[in-house]
Write a protein that binds this ligand. Structure first.
Ligand code: FAD
Length: 466
C-alpha cells in the first residue's frame, strides 16, 4: 500500500476555486495537497469560460467577414465569403486550453503544492482516499476545502448522448450542425447558440419562461433579443421541451399556445442549468448542512463541520469563476492564520452574448425591492461617438444610486465589448463611490466607457451628450 500523506491543507478539486486556494496557501507556507480527478483548471478552463470565449471570438470574426461579403459594408471594405474549418478552430481552442493548463500546474508547483491526480473519496471529514494510476492514496489533513464544482443538469426525458449534447460536447464539435436546437435560454445556451448561428447553423432556442435570460430585466435583454432576430435565431419563449421525436432526429415541444411541435435538429444542446457535484464520492455521508442542493457556508466559507470549508459552484449562486477564485483566496488566508471574511458588495457578472450584458450590484428592481429610494441614470450608446465609429450603437449604461446620498448601488450595461467595463463598475461599488465621484472622474475620449460617466451625470440631472 502507498504511504499515507499527512498535510495541513487538502483542497479537493483544481478548478478556479481550488487551484487559487492551493496556490495562495502554498505562497503563505501552508503545507498543501490538491487532488484533481480530470484536469487542472476545472470547468472554467477546460470546458467553460475559456473554450466558450474562444469559440465566441472565432464566430464573431467569421460573422463579421461574412457580413462584409454578403452586405455592402459601410466601411468601404469588400471581401470574399469566408470559409470555416471548425476542426481547426477547435484545435486552436484546445491549444489555448493546453497552455493555460500547463500554466496552472506550473503555478501550483511554484507554490510548492503537492498535486495528486485521481478522484477523491471521503473516508471521514479529514481523510480521503484517491484512486491514482499507481494505487490508492490516503490523504489526511487538518483542514479540508471542498471545491468540486458543478456539472450540467440532465433532463430525464432528454438524456445526454447521441444528438443530445451538453455545453461540454458543444465546445468540441468538429463540424457546424445544420440545425441546432438549444433547450434553455440562459447565458450558456445563448452564448453558444449565438456562436453557432454566426458559424452558419440554423438555431432555435426553446425557453420555458416568458423571456430569454430570465434573470435580467427586459430593458437589458432587448438589444440581445433584437440581435438574435437579426442573426436569424428563432426564439420560442413559454415553450417546453417534451422529449425526442420517434421519427428522425427532432425535439418535441409544447409551444406557449399549448400546441405540440416537432423541431428537426442535428444536435440538441441542453443548457438548463448546473448542479453541484455532491454525489458519489462520500460527501453525502458527511451529512453537511445544505442550502437547497448546495453546501451551506458562512461568511468564511466554513461548512457545518469544523475544519471543512467549501468554495465555488458547490456553494451556490452566482456560479462564476471569479467568485470561486475570490473565495479560494480568502480561505487560504484564513487557513494561514489571517483574519478574513467574505464581505463582497458586488460580484460582477458578464453574459457574453451579442451584445454583451454586464451587471454589478443592484438593478433598479432589486434596489426598490430592498426598500431603497433610487435615482437611475441611463446613457445610450447611440449618443456615444466611439460606439458609432465601431458600428455598435445598440445598448446603454445604467446606474442605480440611492436618492438620498447618491451612493452607487448598481451598474448595468448592454453593448458590444462592455465586459471590459465590468471592473470599473465593481470598483465603484466596492469603494462606495457616489454619482459625483464617477461624474468627476475624467474619462478618456473617445471611448465607450464615457457612457459610464454620462450615466452618472444623467442620474444627477445634467448629462452633457443627451
Ligand atoms: P469547477 O471549475 O467545476 O472545478 C471543480 C474541479 O473539481 C473539476 O476539475 C473536477 O474534475 C474536480 N473534481 C470534482 N470531484 C472531484 C473529486 N471527487 N476528486 C477530485 N477532483 C474532483 N464563469 C465565469 O465567471 N465566466 C464565464 O464566462 C463562464 N462561462 C462558462 C461557460 C460554460 C460553457 C460553463 C459550463 C461555465 C461557465 N462559467 C463561467 C462558470 C464557471 O466555469 C464556474 O463557475 C467555475 O468553473 C466554478 O469553479 P469551481 O472551482 O467551483 O469548480
Amino acid at each position: 500500500p502507498m504511504k499515507e500523506i499527512v498535510c495541513k491543507l487538502l483542497v479537493i478539486g483544481a478548478g478556479p476555486g481550488g487551484y487559487i486556494c492551493a496556490i495562495r496557501a502554498g505562497q503563505l507556507g501552508v503545507d498543501t495537497v490538491i487532488v484533481e480527478a480530470v484536469k487542472a483548471g476545472g470547468t472554467c478552463l477546460n470546458i467553460g469560460c475559456i473554450p466558450s470565449k474562444a469559440l465566441i471570438h472565432a464566430a464573431e470574426e467569421f460573422e463579421k467577414i461574412n457580413h462584409m461579403a454578403n452586405a455592402k459594408s459601410p466601411l468601404g471594405i469588400s471581401v470574399e465569403a469566408p470559409k470555416l474549418d471548425l476542426a481547426k478552430t477547435v484545435a486552436w481552442k484546445d491549444g489555448i486550453v493546453g497552455r493555460l493548463n500547463s500554466g496552472v500546474l506550473g503555478l501550483l508547483r511554484k507554490a510548492k503544492v503537492k498535486i495528486v491526480h485521481g478522484r477523491a473519496r471521503f473516508r471521514d471529514g479529514k481523510t480521503v482516499e484517491v484512486e491514482t494510476e499507481t494505487g490508492t492514496q490516503v490523504i489526511r489533513a487538518e483542514t479540508v476545502v471542498i471545491a468540486t464544482g458543478s456539472e450540467p443538469v440532465e433532463l430525464p426525458f432528454l438524456p445526454f448522448g447521441g444528438p443530445v449534447i451538453s455545453s461540454t460536447e458543444a465546445l468540441s464539435l468538429k463540424t457546424v450542425p445544420q440545425k441546432l436546437v438549444v433547450v434553455g435560454g440562459g447565458y450558456i445556451g445563448l452564448e453558444l447558440g449565438t456562436a453557432f448561428a454566426k458559424l452558419g447553423a440554423q438555431v432555435t432556442v426553446v425557453e420555458a419562461t416568458q423571456q430569454i435570460l430570465p434573470q435580467y430585466d427586459a430593458e437589458l435583454v432587448r438589444p440581445v433579443a433584437k440581435r438574435l432576430g437579426e442573426l436569424g435565431i428563432r426564439v420560442l419563449t413559454g415553450a417546453k421541451a417534451k422529449g425526442l421525436s420517434d421519427e428522425g432526429v427532432a425535439l418535441l415541444i409544447e409551444t406557449a399556445e399549448g400546441e405540440e411541435q416537432r423541431l428537426p435538429a442535428d444536435k440538441i444542446l441542453v443548457t438548463v442549468g448546473r448542479k453541484p457535484r455532491t454525489e458519489g464520492w462520500g460527501l453525502d455521508e458527511l451529512d453537511l448542512d445544505r442550502a437547497g442542493k448546495f453546501l451551506r457556508i458562512d461568511d468564511r466559507c466554513r461548512t457545518s463541520m469544523r475544519g471543512v470549508h467549501a468554495i465555488g459552484d458547490i456553494t451556490g449562486e452566482p456560479m462564476l469563476a471569479h467568485r470561486a477564485m475570490a473565495q479560494g483566496e480568502m480561505v487560504a488566508e484564513i487557513v494561514a492564520g489571517k483574519k478574513r471574511t467574505w464581505d463582497k458588495r458586488c460580484i460582477p457578472a458578464v453574459c457574453f452574448t451579442d451584445p454583451e450584458i454586464v451587471t454589478a450590484g443592484l438593478s433598479p428592481d432589486e434596489a426598490r425591492a430592498q426598500g431603497y429610494e433610487i435615482r437611475v441614470g441611463l446613457f445610450p450608446f447611440n449618443a456615444n461617438g466611439r460606439a458609432m465609429t465601431m458600428l455598435s450603437e445598440d445598448g446603454f449604461v445604467r446606474i442605480v444610486a440611492r436618492a438620498d446620498s447618491n451612493l452607487v448601488l448598481g451598474v448595468q450595461a448592454v453593448g458590444t465589448g462592455v465586459s471590459e467595463l465590468s471592473s470599473a463598475f465593481a470598483l465603484a461599488i466596492e469603494m462606495g463611490a457616489r454619482l459625483e465621484d464617477i461624474a468627476a472622474t475624467i474619462h478618456a475620449h473617445p471611448t465607450r466607457s464615457e457612457g459610464f460617466q454620462e450615466a452618472a451625470l444623467k442620474a444627477l440631472g445634467h448629462a452633457l451628450h443627451i
